[in-house]
Design a protein around this ligand. Structure first.
Ligand SMILES: [Fe+2]
Ligand SMILES: [Fe+2]
Length: 167
């Protein structure tokens, strides 16, 4: 693929991904304000942007089988854990940006779990098995990811466990 088109696809993938996420969050706000049709419009458009993002990523050959997808996911998580978030946290702390520091730290803690789980998943997939997990629980405040027996509260932000979202 020609370099400029590749860069444009990457940029469009990033933009469409962000639009999809924003519209999903905007839909929740509209829903809570009692504007069901505005929420519907945001959700439908978010789905369309997701399709655009998927199509761009397909052309970039960024979607493969689960083993390769997990490798890509592990690399992404590890980059965030080892380079991105530590650097961002250092700058935010230096600049006394408390909210940004907390947001970065919350993400960093969960990414460590994600990386481990993806590694387990890759080992399973590579011997043609599925990963051995039941429910996955996500803290709706900080994104902490928990697997296994219920716990009392979020170890990162302190939210009661009964507020966790179950997958
Ligand atoms: Fe993650
Ligand atoms: Fe939390």
């Amino acid at each position: 693929m020609k370099k400029m088109t590749e860069e444009n696809l990457k940029s469009a993938f990033a933009g469409e991904s962000q639009a999809s996420m924003k519209y999903t969050l905007f839909a929740d706000i509209a829903e809570k304000a009692g504007k069901a049709n505005i929420a519907k419009l945001f959700r439908a458009t978010a789905y369309a942007e997701r399709i655009h993002a998927m199509n761009h990523l397909k052309v970039l050959k960024g979607i493969k089988d689960s083993s390769e997808n997990l490798l890509s996911a592990i690399k992404g998580e590890n980059f965030e854990i080892e380079e991105m978030y530590p650097a961002y946290i250092a700058v935010a702390e230096e600049q006394s940006e408390e909210k940004a520091t907390q947001s970065f730290k919350w993400a960093l803690e969960a990414e460590k779990v994600h990386s481990e789980l993806y590694l387990k998943a890759k080992k399973a997939v590579d011997v043609d098995k599925d990963i051995d997990i039941n429910e996955v629980y996500i803290c709706p405040v900080c994104g902490w990811t928990h697997i296994g027996e219920p716990i009392d509260k979020c170890p990162i932000c302190g939210l009661k466990f009964d507020k966790f979202k179950e997958f």
